[in-house]
Design a protein around this ligand. Structure first.
Ligand SMILES: O=C(O)[C@H](O)[C@@H](O)[C@H](O)[C@H](O)COP(=O)(O)O
Length: 233
């Protein structure tokens, strides 16, 4: 692993982490808006980010110049309790952040391959690279929808891929997924990994130790700058 792979930011509590991560992300978005007129943010779903989303949503930046999209999405409509778009709508796109433009990944399609192909075309017009990406991680070391048991995992993790969105089939993922490619994730100006709890700290420590390479390790290895890990017990 490259020596700059990650920087550890530990917090005593989850609310303190949420406030600190929100401040970092807001600052990066404000810098991006000043430099290029817009801020492009990709966030993850799951059960971890809600406090962070709530803390970020009230920070008064120029949200009308921010585009929010997803790191990954389950192949379900926004009305589903499994939807990351639904989670972001309910927790992040509220308060000041209501003014942001949201670009979802899920839409009606014959199948996940068709959805990924149309996403790939539609998202070309976004002002890449990402200014900020906030990743989560599962206890199995997956991040985004790079599940260890995913079909074609090497394709998902290809740092030279020209794809923006890829389809994912993985038995451990419950439903088919749509995910940003690793190439787009590691190209972000600021890469945060938001994990909470002892089990995830153990999983992270295991992923960075010598041994079989877990997907989160592929991100750390490919990132040209340190991934900022935000952790609380
Ligand atoms: O769609 C998702 O679930 C996420 O994008 C995924 O990568 C998530 O970050 C991890 O699975 C951690 O999920 P928890 O926060 O629920 O532990």
């Amino acid at each position: 692993m490259n020596s700059a792979a990650y920087s550890w930011n530990g917090f005593a509590g989850r609310q303190e982490l949420a406030a600190a991560l929100a401040d970092h992300v807001a600052g990066r978005l404000t810098k991006a808006i000043a430099e290029r007129g817009t801020g492009l943010l990709a966030v993850s779903g799951g059960t971890t980010p809600a406090k962070f989303f709530a803390a970020l949503s009230v920070i008064p930046i120029a949200w009308d110049k921010v585009i929010v999209t997803l790191v990954d999405e389950r192949f379900v409509p926004a009305s589903s309790p499994r939807s990351n778009a639904g989670l972001v709508a309910a927790n992040l796109l509220q308060n000041a952040a209501k003014a942001a433009r949201f670009v979802p990944l899920y839409h009606e399609a014959v199948g996940i391959e068709d959805a990924a192909a149309s996403d790939n075309a539609a998202l070309q017009s976004l002002p890449w690279p990402l200014d900020v990406v906030v990743l989560g991680m599962g206890p199995d070391g997956h991040t985004a929808s790079f599940f260890p048991d995913a079909d074609d995992l090497a394709k998902l993790l290809d740092p030279s891929s020209d794809r923006i969105v890829l389809p994912v089939h993985a038995a451990s993922a419950v439903e088919p997924r749509l995910t940003l490619s690793l190439a787009r994730i590691v190209d972000a100006g600021f890469i945060a990994l938001h994990i909470e709890g002892e089990d995830k700290r153990t999983a992270f420590d295991s992923a960075v130790a010598p041994g079989p390479r877990k997907p989160i390790r592929a991100v750390l290895d490919a990132a040209p700058k340190p991934v900022e890990v935000f952790w609380a017990p």
